[in-house]
Ligand binder design. Structure first.
Ligand code: PLP
Length: 421
């Protein structure tokens, strides 16, 4: 990262450095706009996060100064583009404490999980095998497994959660019978905010030879993620929730899996030699990256990783912990408001309902107050069914939000409750 870090006076990650959160907020141009004539309160970061100016500038710079394809051209622009694109892989790998060779760029978590499903699971699963998923998975970590189950004859078993939204580890352990070959678990629930004990879960699975797929979509924006410490087989992530551009993401996998997996897509970039008699594939990660990638997007993702590293994920976590405590305390004071997801270990995500009001009506009226929250099933139909609701409203925060915004949200919520009640 060049120059000064976001809101702090050093470019290195320094946990003791005091962060000027007001200055950090200045890094996000979009946060300064108005909606319906009122200053925006953006509480929808679990849906997609906002981007600091330097991420936008990094993408702009690529298109203005060195737009060229990667890995093909030997000319200066092509070399610069390749260096920036592969540099983003270096930075993301360092952020996750993994080797760059084991990090495949994808369009997001959805593609990352589908890559595991089609390249690892489809050739291996058989009738009689089972896949375990938790009840709090996003559809991106359910539907690909259903498609694989249909094609292989495998079945899906569901690990349950408590009414507070905590994964039941004893029940999960009991589910891990010999026919289970794969377990999918989200690191952080996009609906409940629950931070799952993924290290414990993966340890239980590993002891039984069960392959683990962790969905890290909602963890990367909030936590310092150390993949080797988790002990999973696969870790999927998406860039747009962690200050990066849409259409970026990655799959980390243990090297033995990437070496053994056939490619999911075929085409240019992923080969070493092509003859009509057969093709020799490139080494991972390029073996899984056919075609021209989202070059500017990954350059932006590299800048996003730099930004988060300079901020320090420990600082992010501490800041968001304070915001979450404030938000939860104030929301609990509102009569008739039900919070769905009360795990002791939570990221700054609060799903809620107000008695007698539909989630969409709530979100629409909040929008008129300048407040952006998401309403709906959050791509988690089975979780909605478990809680007996068709939809919830969800306020999801990031480090760039403020206590003043929480106060404004609470005032807006009380007003909307009055209108609907
Ligand atoms: N998993 C979780 C927990 C999510 O919250 C999301 C996005 O909302 C996804 C997966 C899918 O991510 P993407 O649409 O970026 O592939």
């Amino acid at each position: 990262m060049n120059g000064e870090g976001p809101g702090i006076s050093t470019s290195t990650q320094d946990l003791a450095a005091p962060v000027d959160w007001q200055r950090v907020r200045e890094d996000f141009p979009l946060l300064h706009r108005e909606v319906h004539g009122k200053p925006l309160v953006y509480f929808d970061s679990a849906n997609t996060g906002q981007k600091p100016a330097r991420v936008i500038a990094a993408m702009d710079d690529y298109y203005r100064r060195y737009a060229a394809n990667v890995s093909r051209a030997v000319h200066t622009l092509g070399e610069q583009a390749t260096r920036s694109y592969e540099g983003a892989r270096d930075r993301l790998a360092a952020h996750l404490r993994v080797h760059r060779r084991d990090l495949v760029f994808t369009s997001g978590t959805t593609m990352a999980i589908n890559l595991v499903a089609y390249s690892w699971a489809l050739p291996r699963l058989r009738a009689g095998d089972a896949i375990v998923l938790t009840r709090m998975e996003h559809h991106a970590n359910i539907v690909p497994w259903q498609l694989i189950a249909q094609r292989t004859g495998a079945t899906i078993k569901v690990a349950d959660i408590s009414a507070d939204g905590v994964l039941d580890l004893n029940a999960l352990e009991r589910l891990l019978t010999p026919e289970v070959k794969l377990l999918g678990v989200t690191h952080v629930s996009n609906v409940l905010g629950t931070i799952n004990p993924v290290h414990e879960v993966c340890t239980l699975a590993r002891k039984r030879g069960v392959i683990t797929v962790v969905d890290g979509s909602q963890a990367l924006p909030h936590l310092a993620v150390d993949i080797p410490a988790i002990g999973c087989d696969f870790y999927a992530l998406t860039g747009h929730k962690m200050c990066g551009p849409t259409g970026t993401g990655a799959l980390w996998a243990r090297r033995e899996h990437l070496d053994a997996m056939p490619p999911f897509f075929g085409g240019g970039e992923m080969i070493r030699e092509v003859r009509f008699e057969g093709t020799v594939f490139n080494d991972p990660p390029h073996k899984f990256e056919a075609g021209t990638p989202n070059i500017s997007g990954f350059i932006g993702l590299g800048a996003a990783v730099d930004y988060l590293d300079a901020l320090g994920m420990a600082n992010v976590q501490a800041r968001e912990g304070e915001l979450l405590a404030h938000l939860t305390e104030e929301m609990r004071k509102i009569e008739g408001l039900r919070i769905i997801g009360n795990a002791p270990d939570k990221a700054a995500v609060v799903s809620f309902l107000i008695e007698g009001a539909h989630a969409h009506d709530l979100a629409t009226l909040l929008d008129l107050e300048g407040v952006a929250v998401r309403s709906g099933h959050h791509c988690a139909h089975p979780l909605m069914a478990y809680f007996g609701v068709p939809a919830t409203c969800r306020a999801s925060l990031a480090f760039y939000n403020t206590h003043a915004e929480i106060e404004r949200f609470i005032v807006a919520l009380r007003k909307v409750r009055g209108l609907l009640g």
